[in-house]
Ligand binder design. Structure first.
Ligand code: ADP
Ligand code: ZN
Length: 640
């Protein structure tokens, strides 16, 4: 919880600093233009407009009366000296004058000047750029130089230069540096990641004693790619690596390098590595590397993206540049959930050539993580970590941290002095299904329908030979559209499932719909999610697991994303095969649905008593389910 508040705060700070940057740039520009205007008004104009302006005819008559001298004939203007009509002393007897020249030259003018014996010069055609250079370019240059000087100053001092710091830091990396003494996590704080930790051992050794490491012939590591779904502790692992090796840790995210202006991202990468090299040995961690490292070719990319490309190239050259400083290594660790979309250049030898997979924790891992996150929480003596871990299959490390935190909050709210199992269960429900919607009132008919639906799931879960034991059934409406739920608790984590186990899973999923259809002779929309899940499972059986006799042991699927929990699969096959796949999926679902209908009809009494209990108590435990159906239930014999 506090973790997410922190990131929220960081994000706000970042937004604010971006806003400030814009403000500074704008005010600098306004200031510069104001200065230029003043310069024009008071410096340039007085120089050029000192002369007394006279008309052309006046000029001609003054020639005739020999009142002018030293005439300079320009292309656009004529200047010279004329007799001051209101002279007071000898010094201001003559004053400069100016008049507009005739556009294409006056052929009679020269004659007139000659006739009256006035000396004149013809100026070279004036360069119209002259006044622009004088009036605008010089001030512009001046402001450019000032900008440059300040930004150098800021860079040197490594911080902000008064209020102007913001504008100068556009090209600076926003990574936060954590000093070795402040990296307060070690591998002890990471649960369920023993394999990943094992793989990171030689990185630590290398950071600690680089010379020793290369003397022993170890291949010098450079980049480590941490691959895994969000919240599995990739950031935590990277930070703990820094903690173990006792080196500074730079944390940033790929998205921070993606900017609108070409070159900014690259400048930030350069800046980040410069910073890290200064304090090397060090670790740089880049979260969501896909933001910059996405493949330059391939689907989903159209056109080129100069900025991203420049940033990526800069990153590559910085990684390659490490060779020079062997004694003071900088290790770069990056996290992604989709390594397959990364640019192959990133994965080449000598770059991110080491991949460490971090996955959703298993039962033992979950227990360790819960233990870590309950260190500062007072647990009731009756609290069963083992059971807690079994109740949270599929939870990531971050989810578990959240649940533990929520449980502590709930315990505090009921003024308890320690966290017990009930708090924990309630916390799971909150995290999984959203907060209880206390205000939502279901009418009696709806409530009954939901009760039969959930009883159907629970009963089938108990009847089928491979069903996971039911832990809890509820008809208390929750957020996210779930009207009720049946929670099953696997006794162990499964890595392999047999065909009959998968069929049983589908049967349990269809149990809700089947119960509704038997009881009411009418069906509702309440089973949409169940049907989706069941269909997905059946499709995978056919296209991925080779469990259909008609289609044989052939893979027809291409998973789009490696780590997504629900596979969106697209079958690659001929139209006839696609049709066959659809038929097979339908057959599996039909068979299971018929089986479930039969089972429920045979166990109608059990279904009724379970529903009655559920309507009465709203939420019932696994034991209560077993009790309610004990007398009537006929367990389907397992097919061995
Ligand atoms: P990721 O970078 O993979 O998205 P994080 O490292 O940011 O995940 O995890 C967020 C938080 O979740 C961590 O700060 C930690 O509190 C908790 N967490 C995640 N995985 C673990 C783990 N394996 N062991 C202990 N805590 C974990
Ligand atoms: Zn359901």
């Amino acid at each position: 919880m506090s973790q997410s508040n922190n990131t929220q705060k960081n994000r706000n700070d970042k937004n604010r600093s971006g806003q400030n940057q814009l403000n500074y740039v704008l005010s600098y520009l306004i200031f510069a233009f104001l200065c230029m205007w003043l310069f024009q008004q008071f410096i340039i104009k007085p120089i050029t407009v000192r002369e007394t302006e006279i008309t052309y005819s006046e000029f001609k008559s003054k020639i005739k009366s020999k009142e002018v001298s030293d005439v300079l004939l320009g292309e656009y203007r004529i200047v010279g000296m004329m007799k001051n009509p209101n002279a007071t002393s000898a010094e201001d007897e003559k004053i400069p004058f100016t008049t507009v020249a005739m556009p294409n030259g006056d052929p009679t003018l020269i004659e007139l000047l000659d006739e009256n014996g006035i000396n004149y010069t013809i100026s070279e055609p004036a360069n119209p750029l002259g006044s622009i250079i004088l009036g605008y370019l010089i001030p512009l240059l001046f402001f450019g130089v000032i900008w440059y000087l300040i930004s150098r100053q800021v860079e040197k001092s490594g911080g902000s230069f008064g209020g102007l710091g913001g504008i100068m830091s556009i090209g600076q990396s926003k990574a936060t540096e954590v000093k070795p003494e402040d990296v307060n996590v070690t591998f002890k704080d990471v649960g369920g990641a023993d394999e990943a930790i094992e793989e990171l051992q030689d990185i630590i050794q290398f950071l600690k004693e680089p010379e020793q490491f290369s003397k022993l012939g170890g291949r010098i590591p450079k980049g480590v790619l941490l691959v895994g779904p969000p919240g599995t502790g990739k950031t935590l692992l990277a930070k703990a690596t820094a903690g173990e090796a006792h080196v500074p840790f730079f944390e940033t995210s790929g998205s921070e390098f993606v900017e609108m202006f070409v070159g900014v991202g690259a400048a930030r990468v350069r800046n980040l590595f410069d910073q890290a090299r200064k304090v090397a040995p060090a670790i740089i961690f880049i979260d969501e590397i896909d933001a910059i490292g996405q493949s330059r070719v391939g689907p989903g990319r159209f056109g080129s993206n100069d900025e991203r490309e420049q940033t990526l190239n800069q990153l590559l050259s910085e990684i390659d540049g490490f060779k020079s400083d062997k004694g003071k290594p900088v290790i770069i660790m990056a996290a992604t959930n989709r390594p397959e979309i990364l640019d192959p250049a990133l994965l080449r030898a000598g770059r991110f050539d080491r991949q460490v997979t971090v996955s959703i924790p298993d039962l033992i891992g979950r227990k360790q993580i819960l233990q870590i996150h309950s260190k500062n929480i007072k647990l009731d003596p009756s609290f069963d970590l083992d059971r807690a871990a079994r109740m949270t299959p599929g939870f990531s490390g971050a989810d578990l941290a959240n649940v533990m935190n929520e449980a502590a909050l709930l315990a505090a709210r009921r003024n308890g002095n320690s966290v017990n199992m009930d708090d924990f269960e309630l916390a799971i429900e909150r995290i999984v299904a959203g907060l209880e919607k206390k205000t939502r009132v279901m009418n009696e008919k709806e409530r009954t329908a939901v009760a039969y639906h959930e009883s159907g799931h629970a009963l089938i879960g108990e009847i089928v030979p491979n069903g996971d034991p039911v832990a809890k059934v509820s008809i208390v409406p929750r957020g996210r559209g779930a009207l009720g739920y049946t929670m099953q608790m696997p006794t162990e984590d499964r890595y392999l499932m047999t065909q009959s186990e998968l069929e049983d899973k589908i049967a349990v999923l269809l149990g809700g719909r089947a119960a509704e259809s038997i009881i009411f002779n009418e069906i509702s929309t309440g089973a949409a999610d169940d049907i989706k899940k069941a269909t997905e499972l059946a499709r995978r059986m056919v296209t991925e697991f080779g469990m259909s006799e008609k289609l044989g042991v052939v893979r027809y699927a291409t998973p789009q994303y490696q780590f997504l929990e629900s596979y969106e699969t697209a079958a690659v096959a001929s139209p006839e095969t696609l049709k066959l796949i659809d038929e097979e999926v339908q057959r599996i679902l039909d068979e299971q649905f018929k089986r479930v209908i039969n089972l429920l009809n045979e166990n109608r009494d059990a279904l009724e008593s379970l529903t009655k209990l559920l309507l009465e108590k709203e939420t019932i435990s696994g034991e209560e389910v077993k009790e309610a159906i004990a007398k009537q239930r006929i367990k389907e014999p397992a097919i061995v």
